[in-house]
Ligand binder design. Structure first.
Ligand SMILES: Nc1nc2c(c(=O)[nH]1)N[C@@H](CN(C=O)c1ccc(C(=O)N[C@@H](CCC(=O)O)C(=O)O)cc1)CN2
Length: 282
C-alpha cells in the first residue's frame, strides 16, 4: 500500500525548482499524483501530492532528506502525511449553523479531521455538541475576564494539540497575543463579502446600504479585525423585498459552504500564505 504525502514549497523564483524537486521525489521512489505551481512577482509557490513506494517512509524523513535542496533554493518546504487527520478546535457563540454544518461533514467522513472539542462563550450549543460525543467547553467572557478566558482557550489548544482553530461564528475579538499564538492556524467565517461591511452586524449594514448581493468570507485571523488573508468567498443575490433578518437567514447557507471549503482546503494543505494574501491550489 503506497503512502501518500503532500509537499508544499514557497521560495524565491528561479530556474530549476520543479526539476530539482521532481528529481528528488523520483530518487526516493515517489510518484507525483497532483501538481500545482504559481509564480507571483519574485516568489514561487508549489504543492505536490505524491505517493511513495516505500511503505515505511515518513513525512519527517522525507522532509529531512529534502532539507539540503530546501536550503540551496531558500525554500520554506513542508512534507505532510496525507493520512494524518488534523486536530481541530471549533469556537462558536450563539449562531450554530456553521458548527452544525462542520460537524455534519465530520460525522459523514467528508471532513477527515479529529475534532478535539467545541468551545463557546455561551452554553447554547452544549447539548448538540455532547450529543455528537464531543467535549464542550463553556468559557464565558467579559472585558474584565478576557485575558483569563483567552489563556484558557490557549490551554485547550495546547492540551488538545490542535493544528487548526475554526471560528464558526465566534463573536469575540481575539487579542493580538492570541492572534500571534494562532497565526496561520485560525480560520474565521465573516458574514459579508469583504472588504465590505466589517464588524459585528454586517447584514444590517448591508441592508441599510440596499445591496443586491450578500456574501461570506473565510479568512485567517489577524489582529486587524476582518483584515486577515482571504481563503474563500461566495455570494448570493437578494432584492429590495428582503428584510435584514431575511439576509441573516439567507446568508447562513453561503457562510456554511464558504467555511467548509476553506477548512477543507487548509487541512489538505492547499492554502499557501503570500504576505497578506493566499494562494489556493484547489
Ligand atoms: N483578532 C480578531 N478576532 C476576531 C476576528 C478577526 O478578524 N480578528 N473575527 C471575528 C469574527 N467577527 C467577524 O467576522 C467579529 C466578531 C465580533 C465582533 C465584535 O465587535 N464583537 C464585540 C462583542 C460582540 C458580542 O459580544 O456579541 C466585541 O468583541 O467587543 C466583530 C466581528 C472573531 N474574532
Amino acid at each position: 500500500m503506497h503512502r501518500r504525502f503532500v509537499l508544499t514549497v514557497t521560495c524565491p523564483d528561479r530556474i530549476g525548482i520543479v526539476a530539482v524537486t521532481a528529481g528528488f521525489l523520483a530518487t526516493h521512489r515517489c510518484s507525483i499524483t497532483e501538481a500545482h505551481q504559481h509564480h507571483e512577482g519574485d516568489g514561487f509557490f508549489m504543492r505536490l501530492a505524491f505517493r511513495a513506494e516505500d511503505a515505511a517512509i515518513t513525512a519527517a524523513a522525507l522532509e529531512a532528506a529534502f532539507a539540503p535542496v530546501a536550503r540551496e533554493f531558500a525554500m520554506t518546504a513542508r512534507v505532510h502525511d496525507a493520512a494524518r487527520r488534523p486536530r481541530v478546535l471549533i469556537l462558536v457563540s450563539r449562531f450554530g449553523h456553521c458548527l452544525f454544518d462542520l460537524l455534519h461533514r465530520w460525522r459523514n467522513g467528508q471532513l477527515a479531521v479529529d475534532v478535539v472539542g467545541v468551545l463557546s462563550n455561551h452554553d447554547d450549543m452544549r447539548s448538540f455538541v455532547e450529543w455528537n460525543g464531543l467535549p464542550f467547553h463553556h468559557l464565558p467572557v467579559t472585558a474584565e475576564t478576557k485575558a483569563t478566558q483567552e489563556a484558557a482557550i490557549l490551554r485547550l489548544v495546547e492540551d488538545g494539540q490542535a493544528d487548526l482553530v475554526v471560528l464558526a461564528r465566534y463573536m469575540q475579538i481575539l487579542s493580538p497575543a492570541l492572534c500571534a499564538a494562532l497565526a496561520g492556524r485560525c480560520i474565521n467565517i465573516h458574514h459579508s463579502f469583504l472588504p465590505s461591511f466589517k464588524g459585528a452586524k454586517p447584514y444590517h449594514q448591508a441592508h441599510r446600504r440596499g445591496v443586491k448581493i450578500i456574501g461570506a468570507t473565510a479568512h485567517y485571523v489577524t489582529t486587524d479585525l476582518d483584515e486577515g488573508p482571504i481563503i474563500e468567498q461566495d455570494v448570493r443575490r437578494v432584492n429590495h423585498a428582503r428584510s435584514a433578518d431575511d439576509l441573516v437567514t439567507l446568508g447562513q447557507e453561503v457562510e456554511c459552504a464558504v467555511l467548509a471549503r476553506a477548512v477543507q482546503w487548509h487541512v489538505d494543505h492547499r492554502v499557501l500564505l503570500n504576505g497578506q494574501q493566499t494562494i489556493v491550489f484547489d
